[in-house]
Design a protein around this ligand. Structure first.
Ligand code: SF4
Length: 95
C-alpha cells in the first residue's frame, strides 16, 4: 500500500530526502496551502530499500500514513520498485 501525507503536514520537508523512489514533492492543496504529497505510482512503502517506510519514521507530526485507497501486496510493491529501478535488485536494509 502506498503511503500518503495528511493535511496535518507542516511542510518541514524532512520526508522528501528520505524517499529513495523520488515519490515526495511539495504540492498545493485545493485551499491553497503548501504541503508535501506522495505519488502513489512511485511509493513502494519503501519495499525494495528498507523494511519500513522512511518518511513515516522522520515525520515530526506523524502525518505520513498508509493510503487505504492504494492497497497493494508486497509482490506488487516490489514489481513497482523494479519498474522504477530497471536493472537493479531490491535491497532490504535494516531500519
Ligand atoms: Fe517514499 Fe518510502 Fe515514504 Fe513511500 S513510504 S513515499 S517509498 S519514503
Amino acid at each position: 500500500m502506498a503511503y500518503k501525507i495528511t493535511e496535518e503536514c507542516i511542510a518541514c520537508g524532512a520526508c522528501k530526502p528520505e524517499c529513495k523512489n523520488g515519490a515526495i514533492k511539495a504540492g498545493e492543496t485545493y485551499y491553497g496551502e503548501i504541503i508535501y504529497i506522495i505519488n502513489p505510482d512511485r511509493c513502494t512503502e519503501c519495499a525494495g530499500w528498507f523494511k519500513s517506510p522512511r518518511c513515516a519514521g522522520v515525520c515530526p507530526v506523524f502525518c505520513c500514513v498508509p493510503d487505504s485507497d492504494h492497497k497493494e501486496t508486497r509482490k506488487a510493491l516490489l514489481n513497482k520498485w523494479q519498474k522504477l529501478h530497471p536493472g537493479k535488485e531490491p535491497v532490504e536494509q535494516p531500519d
